[in-house]
Design a protein around this ligand. Sequence first.
Ligand code: FAD
Ligand code: UDP
Length: 412
Amino acid sequence: MTVRYADFRDIAIADFDAVVVGSGFAGAVCARELAEQDAMNVLVIEKRGHIGGNMYDEYDRAGILVHRYGPHIFHTNDRAVFDYVSRFSPWTSYQHRVLADWYGTYLPVPVNKTSLEIAFGDEKAARLIEKLIATFGDERKVTINELRAQADPELAEVADFVYENVFLYYTQKQWGLTPEEVDPSVTARVPVFISRDDRYFQDEFQGMPAEGYTRLFENLLGHDNITVCLDTEAESVFELVFASGDEDAPLSAIRIKDEDFTGPIVYTGPLDELFLARFGRLPYRSLDFVYETFDEDHHLPCGTVNYTVSEDYTRITEFKWLTGQTGSRTTIMKEYPRPYDDPSSQIPYYAIIDDDNDARYERYRRLTDALPNFHPLGRLAQYRYFNMDKVVADALAASRRILASGEAASTG
Ligand code: FAD
Ligand code: UDP
């Protein structure tokens, strides 16, 4: 069934049992589960003019399917998650490959045995690989921090090479910070892989929705009990009621269209935005995307090329590699990282994880603790660096908790 859209001004809030803010995976999966498992009438409000969150894709003027908010490749080891998303789309078995442009020579990323051969020559690489295997084991993944902690001079040489040529400049561009300054979990996402496997991800299930993400989200949100209001921002339509006038006083109710809404409210936007940044803004990194179309079959040798030693952009993605689309034209996209200063024109793509920011996030989070029907969920509302599969798994778990708690939906 197709998605049912409505204008927020035309809906009666008393018709709904649950409200979901945001239509990315966190919001859309919850909306579907509440609608399907308990026949709840679910209202989804979405500030953008389309569904799908950061997964949104569409055909550009050259007829190429492009991602509008960064390249998205689905990968997971969680069979339940893959089975779930497979209900809403068939999947291709695309395996993502990334090359680093190293002064005009391509090195596989994550750095693997082949990368070391290209960088050091076959003979020396053989010795280094032997040492890596003796230290860590064959077919093992080692983070750049683990590698840099090794005292052995040959391993230190590998570590220095990878640090200088793969991590340092890319991380400075991406975060405005050195690899030492970012949370270790960030660089750990891209280890050194003592292997010939040149895929970016080794998860058991990976691929792309065969007809695109937007179609998948249409199928996910296309349900009799779900109504979607686009161009509707939570902070404009929620009236927040607090226990007292104190800055840290907890939220005691959310009123929508002049009525207390007591059914489940799943919120997947940034928490600081909801509270109008009363404790200061939560910092994020944002990105600008620049697209180019060429009259050629393919422009790059693989899905993504990372620029680890040059350029102002971090990477270029060519969508046809990801989607398997054919034809004589192709579109690429460059990613230019930048600070997130202006919520009205920019998107908060990456939470900047550190102790101060976590503490600020927790202060916002505590405002919501006393309101049992309010559920912050997803990459933005949890201020975390989550992949899609984790968000789907969390949304399924949150829906089960909401359904088990039997949260009453009544307005008054
Ligand atoms: P989102 O997709 O951000 O959805 C949140 C939705 O809420 C948005 O539609 C937003 O408009 C809406 N919203 C926000 N605030 C409000 C408000 N106040 N009122 C109303 N609506 C609101 N993951 C992978 O697994 N593989 C990848 O290859 C991958 N590539 C990525 C590339 C980039 C550049 C980025 C930034 C992320 C990537 N991710 C990838 C992560 C993926 O984007 C997230 O895991 C996913 O988007 C999380 O879904 P979500 O629903 O939590 O958030
Ligand atoms: N990274 C890097 N060089 C690379 C690839 C990744 O320095 O060639 C670092 C960088 O700090 C980046 C992090 O590893 O932010 C995580 O990379 P990933 O590809 O997972 O980032 P995402 O796709 O989420 O933007």
